[in-house]
Write a protein that binds this ligand. Sequence first.
Ligand SMILES: *Cc1c(COP(=O)(O)O)cnc(C)c1O
Length: 360
Amino acid sequence: MSRLYNFSAGPAILPEQVLVKAREEMLDWQGSGMSVMEMSHRGKEFMSIAAKAESDLRQLMAIPDNYKVLFLQGGASSQFAMIPMNLAVSKKQADYFNTGAWSKKAIAEAKRYCDVNVVWSGDSGNFSATPEEGDYQLNPDGAYVHYTPNETIGGVEFPYIPDCGNVPLVADMSSTILSRPIDVSRFGLIYAGAQKNIGPAGLTLVIIREDLISDAMDFTPSMFKYAIHAENDSMYNTPPTYAMYLAGLVFDSLLQQGGLQAMADINLRKASKLYAAIDGSSFYANPVEIKSRSWMNVPFTLADAELDKVFLQQAAAAGLVTLKGHRSVGGMRASIYNAMPEQGVDALIDFMQAFESQHA
Ligand SMILES: *Cc1c(COP(=O)(O)O)cnc(C)c1O
């Protein structure tokens, strides 16, 4: 068996020890005589898996008691609608930062349900930066403020958490959650599709402050109401059981590795050396302003785009795969989530340097 260094933005690489454990437990989970996939979501075995996943996540992220953790489906994309449907009921206006492709999608969807006020846009700078703190005017009476802490496609990341006063801050953390410690109490709602830094696709995590859970807009489908999922502890309908189990294995393995501060140290080191390799060469380039560079998604271009294809072919032959940039951006993108070992980043840098000396 040989595993590749998979730099995919999502679904993304998973920790090998998690996959090994899942394989061990595949046919017979801890003497239950069945696979987790085959269990009733209301049976005591699965209830124990779900409870441990939640408590491990609470410990990892130090989630305060007045926040509810929801294990949902529908991807981060469903949250683009669910957020306004649930949070913009009495106050109909919400503030949005536009820092790239995912912000734009969130904005377009929210516009169907509330008045969207775009407080800052990276449009004129080709989405290569985040706003300076205070370089925007938030509505103190808005329903919430939405932002995308890490833009997965552009590789643009906020180096700070915007201060919204008493207005709830809503964050699409799909590609940055668990990459480092964060102060959850700064947020009203955090959401993330699992397939980047949590686990397999099919699970969507929502962490919501309890006072924000209330009646949604009248037409809201039951499955889109936070209150329904919260009242039923994410078991209103069948949750994505196997994805929750795998996410639980990931949480457990992160705790064993020393938690999110340990991950932050490794992630910063991985990102710093990759950016240093890019900046230190005249062959590779990254367009993002230095302070807003993503720790998780590192886009880069080659001096000659004609060489992109050869680069990808030779990288794949060296065991480094899924480096092609998003179709909207071109070039390359290396996603270096928690599960990407530091050796994978080292191997990529070695390959890039060899390729440069061959072709520059
Ligand atoms: C991947 C991604 C999404 C979309 O997630 P789905 O689970 O596919 O709906 C939204 N926002 C960000 C920041 C992402 O990286």
